[in-house]
Design a protein around this ligand. Structure first.
Ligand SMILES: [Zn+2]
Length: 111
């Protein structure tokens, strides 16, 4: 097994990094739970709307697609593209791939 000789100062840095990592994991779990709960609320609201107004799933899907196509253009993170070099997902806002460093060719002029 590979072992490393760790200096006392870097042991502290590891502890700090581990603390930050577990905090990030905790926050991401909490966000996931909140999103999960919100999806139930949205579904309940949609069911109420459907029964009271006669709206249907097709209308919602159409509106959702419209909103999604608009909001992804304005998103802070852009849309997801595939790196032409390593095929990993990269943001259309990135100048280069975070995984392999390849230049991102973005065909859309406005992103
Ligand atoms: Zn890449």
């Amino acid at each position: 097994m590979l072992t490393f000789n760790i200096e006392p100062s870097s042991k502290d840095e590891i502890k700090v990094a581990q603390g930050e990592a577990s905090q990030a994991a905790f926050q991401s779990n909490r966000l996931r739970e909140q999103v999960h709960k919100l999806s139930f609320v949205v579904e309940a609201l949609w069911n109420v709307l459907k029964s009271k107004t006669g709206a249907n799933d097709e209308e919602l899907k159409k509106l959702f697609a419209e909103i999604k196509s608009k909001s992804s253009d304005n998103s802070e993170f852009g849309t997801t593209l595939e790196c032409k070099n390593c095929s990993r997902p990269v943001s259309s806002k990135s100048k280069m791939c975070v995984f392999c460093g390849a230049k991102i060719e973005n065909e859309n002029l406005f992103r």
